[in-house]
Write a protein that binds this ligand. Structure first.
Ligand code: NAD
Length: 308
C-alpha cells in the first residue's frame, strides 16, 4: 500500500480510476484533483462513503488544489478533453498539451519524487509533454495504452475462440492510435500459437476491431469516450508498481534506442515495480512487426511536432 496516490481529472476515467484504487486498498489516501469546483469534492465524498459496504478504509479526498496531493508517491493524469464522434485522438493534441503541461508543472512542485502514469490523449505525446515539463527520468513517467489495447484484443479473441480471457496471452505495442501493433507472433492460448486455433481472416478482423476499439465506443456514447476498461488498465499498472509485482506489461515508454527507436514515447514491453518503469524488455519481432512499430513511432513523432 502507498500512503497517497493522486488522480488528476475527476471526469469519467479519473473518477473510475480513483474508485478502483481505493477499493483495491492500494493507498491510505486517494486524492482527486480537478479544475471544476465541487465535482472532485462531491465525487470523492460519495466514493468514500462506499467504504463500509465495499470494505476499504482508504480516505478519498476531492480538491481543486495540489496542496492535498503534496508528497503523493504516484499520480495518474487523466485531465483533458475526450474524443467525440469523428475525432481522432490526435485532434485533442493542442488543447490537451496545454492542460497536461500545466498539470505536470504542478506535480513537479507538489511531489518531485512521484511516479506518473499518464492516461490523457493523444497518449504518447502527452507522456512526452509530462516528461519534458517535470524533468523526471523515464523510470517515473509512463503511459497507459497497451494494457487497454491488449485487453480489447484478448476480449475479442477469447470470444471468437470460445475460451476464457484468462488463457489468452498477448501484447499490443506501438503508439495508442490507428497504427498500434498487435503482435500475432506472440499471441497464444495457454501457450498454443493463436494461428492454430483461429483462421487468418477472423484474426485480421479482430486486429482491425482492436485498432478501432476506442472509436467503436465513442460511436455509441457520442458525448465521450471509454472509461471502464481504461480505468481498469491504469489501475493494473498502478497495482504492479505499488505491490512491486515486476509485471511485464505493454506501456508507453521513452525510447532511447530500444527497438532502433529514439527520442519518442511508444508502447513496448515494460517491467513495472516499485521503482516505476524498471526495465524495457526487447523481444525479437518479425520484419513486418518491426516495420509497423517504426511506422507507429513516426506517427507519434509527427503528432508531437504539433505541440510546439
Ligand atoms: P472527461 O471529460 O470525463 O474528464 C476530464 C476531466 O479533466 C474533466 O473533469 C475536466 O474538468 C478535467 N480537467 C480539465 N483540465 C484540467 C486541469 N488543468 N487540471 C485538472 N483537471 C482538468 O474525460 P475522460 O473520459 O475522463 O477522459 C480523460 C482523458 O483520458 C481524455 O484525454 C481521453 O482521451 C483520455 N483517455 C485515454 C485512454 C488511454 O487509453 N490512454 C483511454 C480513455 C480515455
Amino acid at each position: 500500500m502507498m500512503d497517497k496516490i493522486a488522480v488528476v481529472g475527476a471526469g469519467h476515467v479519473g473518477a473510475t480510476t480513483a474508485q478502483r484504487l481505493v477499493e483495491k486498498n492500494l493507498a491510505r489516501s486517494v486524492v482527486m484533483i480537478d479544475v471544476l469546483e465541487g465535482i472532485p469534492q462531491g465525487k470523492a465524498l460519495d466514493q468514500w462513503q462506499a467504504g463500509p459496504i465495499e470494505g476499504f478504509d482508504g480516505r478519498m479526498v476531492g480538491t481543486n488544489s495540489y496542496a492535498e496531493a503534496a508528497g503523493a508517491e504516484l499520480f495518474v493524469v487523466t485531465a483533458g478533453i475526450a474524443r467525440k464522434p469523428g475525432m481522432s485522438r490526435d485532434d485533442l493534441v493542442k488543447t490537451n498539451a496545454g492542460i497536461v503541461r500545466s498539470v505536470a508543472q504542478e506535480i513537479k512542485q507538489a511531489a518531485p519524487k512521484a511516479v506518473v502514469v499518464v492516461v490523457s490523449n493523444p497518449l504518447d505525446v502527452m507522456c512526452a509533454v509530462t516528461k519534458q515539463a517535470t524533468g523526471f527520468p523515464r523510470e517515473r513517467v509512463m503511459g497507459m495504452a497497451g494494457v487497454l489495447d491488449t485487453a480489447r484484443y484478448r476480449t475479442f479473441l477469447a470470444d471468437a475462440i470460445g475460451v476464457s480471457v484468462e488463457d489468452i496471452q498477448a501484447m499490443v505495442l506501438g503508439g495508442h492510435g490507428d497504427t498500434m501493433v498487435p503482435l500475432i507472433s506472440y499471441t497464444t492460448v495457454s501457450g498454443i500459437p493463436v494461428t492454430q486455433l483461429i483462421d487468418r481472416a477472423t484474426l485480421d478482423k479482430i486486429v482491425e476491431r482492436t485498432r478501432g476499439g476506442g472509436a467503436e465506443i465513442v460511436g455509441h456514447l457520442k458525448t465521450g469516450s471509454a472509461y471502464y476498461a481504461p480505468s481498469a488498465a491504469a489501475v493494473q499498472m498502478v497495482e504492479a508498481i505499488v505491490l512491486d509485482k515486476k509485471r511485464l506489461l505493454p506501456c508507453a515508454a521513452w525510447l532511447d534506442g530500444e527497438y532502433g527507436i529514439k527520442g519518442v514515447f511508444c508502447g513496448v514491453p515494460c517491467l513495472l515495480g516499485r521503482g516505476g518503469l524498471e526495465r524495457i524488455v526487447e523481444i525479437e519481432l518479425t520484419a513486418d512487426e518491426q516495420a509497423a512499430l517504426e511506422k507507429s513511432a513516426e506517427a507519434v513523432r509527427s503528432t508531437m511536432a504539433a505541440t510546439g
